[in-house]
Design a protein around this ligand. Sequence first.
Ligand SMILES: Nc1ncnc2c1ncn2[C@@H]1O[C@H](COP(=O)(O)OP(=O)(O)O)[C@@H](O)[C@H]1O
Ligand SMILES: [Mg+2]
Length: 438
Amino acid sequence: MAIISIIGPKGGIGKTTLSINIAAALAGAQKIKGAKSRVCLIDLDLRLPTISSILDSHPRKTFYDLFETLANKTHQSDTLQTVYRIISSFKSYLDGDLSANSRQLAKSLVLYKTIDTNLFHFFDFEFGNQVYDLFLQREKIESPAHLQTLAPLLLSIDISGIKAHMGHMQENSRPLVEDYVNFIEEYGFSIIGGEVPIMGKKNHRKRINEPVFLQLFLEFLNEVCEKFDHVILDTPAGGVNHISSLMNILDHVILVFDMSNRIAVSGSLDALHSFIDYYEEFLQDFNHDRLTGLDKAYVNRLVAANGHRAVEETLRNKKIGLLFNRCQGNDEISDCLRRMREYLDTLDKYEEYKNRIRIVGMMPQHKIIHITNNRGALFYDKDKELRQRVDMVAQSIHCENSSVPSLSCSDEEILQYLEAKNKSGFVARLGRLAASFS
Ligand SMILES: Nc1ncnc2c1ncn2[C@@H]1O[C@H](COP(=O)(O)OP(=O)(O)O)[C@@H](O)[C@H]1O
Ligand SMILES: [Mg+2]
């Protein structure tokens, strides 16, 4: 399985367009006698998801539903269960069904004193003022003997309502990947993602910053990834950086370089620099067991599943690819390569990265890309030259990098590779290979 994160310095540089077409190329390469390809494209843009409308294909459930479901699970289902447990033990104690020194009551008292009442803000369910009042009193309650003072409040709380709501939530707190995957027959790959900008909803905006919640989100994404051979993550530039940062630790990352003008190139060079910075810091923290919060939780999961060595190796050998987009001529590629080498050199990073940074492809500034995309289709099938260029990127994902030039190669070698015209045999070759195995 390969997870490829398509990243870039900002919006509007072609991440989404290229993600879609790379997915189509990978799916084409996997096509075996009408079987569904095992390629999935995930729209990680939570602010402005566009893939489903560009492809005019609408999943039954979107990230919006996922967020609702996960919210039930994190802040609501668990918290509600705790609240229920506290109230019912207190009631039982007052009714004489629990003794003052029972373990259950002792535990409930501890929960009552320590539960994070901030979590109540995430509730869609109306507790009613009595429950809030109950928790406002907790400063004064130190032992079972003090519980008498809460008797009138407890009596007025509708515990059966809480119980009914709890049951409903538990039923709806486990997302099923199948509900979210939408296979598009026409293009041969599946998509998962948004439809409406979920960050537009205040609770969701808050939630995405909560480690507990984010972890569930990533667990879901992991589950998705396990079902496919190739997963392309269209990763947003800014805003939800903690997600993109986490995704960046995956084995493949392709940085889209905007070549449309000098300023754009500068922005892309800066993005490469921040990417390397982040990556190195992450690797060091991992090696010295200094990761914290969500990063730690996420990596621990990977370690539990694959072993420490495998994770360390994946991190250390992460594949870094550059994809030049909106190119207008070879001169600017040479110019960009020169600036990149100089930039890395001033950072003292050139020697370390010259063999690791691979040039995986280049896309010209092209009318067809612009027009077809706006019409809601992908260009992969519309133009032979463009298709060959996308195939080249797909090939770099498949192969072990040996034939893909790195930054240490000469400009001629790189340009020759990028211009090579007979890459189209690749898809056919892979198709034949797949057929011979099946
Ligand atoms: N090589 C290219 N030639 C022409 N237009 C392009 C090219 N790459 C991207 N575009 C256009 O630029 C716009 C932004 O692309 P998009 O993929 O949405 O960027 P991002 O996902 O990075 O925000 C789209 O209208 C797309 O068609
Ligand atoms: Mg986009």
